[in-house]
Design a protein around this ligand. Sequence first.
Ligand code: SF4
Length: 254
Amino acid sequence: MATDAAGFPVTRTPAGVLRSARGARDLAALDARVSGCRACPRLVGWREDVARVKRASFRDQDYWGRPVPGLGPADARIAVVGLAPAAHGGNRTGRVFTGDRSGDWIFAALWRAGLANQPTSTHIGDGLELTGVRVAAAVRCAPPANAPTPAERDTCSPWLARELELLPQLRVVVVLGGFGWTALWPVLAEAGYRLPRPRPAFGHGVEVTLEGPRGPLTLLGSYHVSQQNTFTGKLTEPMLDAVLGRARELAEPR
Ligand code: SF4
């Protein structure tokens, strides 16, 4: 597989994403392959433009300007799945949900739930460690207006499907927002789970349990930690804490 200047394996087509994701043997290999992906021309152009132009307050920083891999250990029993990296958050720092207001919310909540060693996440090397949880995005590149197209969502889905397969103890997926909820169904089908018909509608606190190749997996819906929700009070800290508390309860070994 060809590599780019940074040494990441390069993927250029949707078929290549599927092949490359399925061939990743562990999370480290998957993260490297995600980081070299160029399969969605619109998103590649946008993420790299943002990284070149920068926001004035970050003009002295080198932006990542690539797809953003997941974060967290392979023995995670809980996954948290968001929408996509923010242009000046994950696309700048290179770590999921890191360096923006949404990240402040989710990592503080993970810390309160005992799943992170600190409540803040500012940059790679800030000491953040997750325990029992893996955090990832349904779409790995920052999209214009935070809105990937359905085709981009589908092209990216094999990365998340493989990531879930590479978490052998996974029992619970906390899905942040309706986009992630919709994006997750084909991902779960790809990962071998039997899907309910009709698909349950997204809502905060909605809980759905599926049967899959490694036993039951419960999906928990939560409103997204976007500023639109947290500034307006649609999502409060107690609401998010309740969902993560339920996730912890469901993830306990039986
Ligand atoms: S959105 Fe996903 S599939 Fe598309 S270029 Fe980024 S990492 Fe690749």
